[in-house]
Ligand binder design. Structure first.
Ligand SMILES: Nc1ncnc2c1ncn2[C@@H]1O[C@H](COP(=O)(O)OP(=O)(O)O)[C@@H](O)[C@H]1O
Ligand SMILES: [Mg+2]
Length: 265
């Protein structure tokens, strides 16, 4: 199975930026194939990756329910969804993108979700890495659209409110009883040094600090111009900072859950 990285955190902390940069770093290393999953209903990972969205899984789900009664004879729901999922996949060099799209309306989605989960799981098997950009509430994780997670990266800015929010998200993930091998904190968009006054807050999250990603004007400029992060220069401080965190994660990839726990204790 692939190594699955889920990026979570409060809105505006830089989840999508971190997810896109991780994908760029993995892609540059030829570590793919990578499956990028945009699990935030406020869809924007594709923009940072410079990709177009085809059809979202949410749209597929709604269409399937609308058409269920008049699907052509001989085309079972399963096959319709499997084919539909292929159409949702945007393919690019070394990375494919799956956009989950909007959440669910008031209908009964159990059957459709059950089949979708099965095919998303089959799809995952084709990749070496899965990188998921989650929304703050982690709805997809909680509904287990995404199954096992190897590394849950909770992104926070270097302020107490953001770090406390990271702690709550981590506790939520623990309460959901998901199969998560390692949970980490990543401080993003840091100007200067980590303020010593934050140390107690950081410790209270109970999360090991995976790394610190510095503030990077070029990241912000590209976002404001709506341009993908592949345009970042090689010396980008954010990318270099995140590369160190990725090294640490790659070590985890080869470790058992027990070794991971001992390393960070
Ligand atoms: N390390 C960084 N340096 C500079 N700007 C950043 C950095 N990380 C994120 N940003 C900016 O912060 C804003 C929010 O980031 P985004 O990734 O969209 O957050 P989220 O997905 O958590 O809502 C964007 O304008 C983004 O360009
Ligand atoms: Mg986002």
């Amino acid at each position: 199975m692939p190594f699955t990285i889920a990026v979570a955190g409060k809105g505006g902390t830089g989840k999508t930026t971190i997810a896109a940069l991780l994908i760029e770093l993995l892609r540059e290393r030829g570590a793919g194939p990578i499956l990028a999953v945009d699990a935030d209903p406020n869809v924007n990972l594709h923009e940072l990756l410079g990709l177009e969205v085809a059809r979202t899984v949410g749209e597929l789900r709604e269409e399937t329910l609308e058409r269920i009664a008049d699907l052509p004879a001989g085309l079972p729901k399963e096959q319709y969804l499997e084919l539909g999922l292929q159409e949702c996949l945007v393919e690019d060099e070394g990375v494919d993108l799956l956009v989950m799209g909007h959440g669910e309306g008031p209908k009964c989605y159990c059957m459709v979700n059950h089949i979708l989960r099965k095919y998303i799981d089959v799809l995952r098997g084709n990749y070496k890495y899965v990188v998921i950009d989650n929304e703050a509430g982690m709805e997809h994780l909680s509904r287990r659209t995404t199954q096992d997670v190897d590394a849950l990266i909770v992104v926070a800015r270097a302020d107490p409110i953001s770090i406390r929010s990271a702690r709550r998200i981590s506790e939520l993930a623990a309460a959901l009883k998901l199969r998560i091998k390692g949970r980490y904190l990543l401080v993003n968009d840091l100007a200067g040094e980590l303020p010593p006054a934050l140390e107690a807050e950081l410790a209270q999250t109970g999360l090991p600090l995976l790394g610190v990603v510095p503030h990077d004007e070029e990241v912000l400029r590209l976002a404001l111009a709506g341009r993908p992060l592949s345009n970042l220069s090689a010396g980008s401080p954010a990318k270099r900072g995140l590369a160190r965190s990725l090294e640490a994660l790659t070590r985890e990839e080869r470790s058992t859950p027990k070794e991971v726990e001992q390393r960070w204790r």
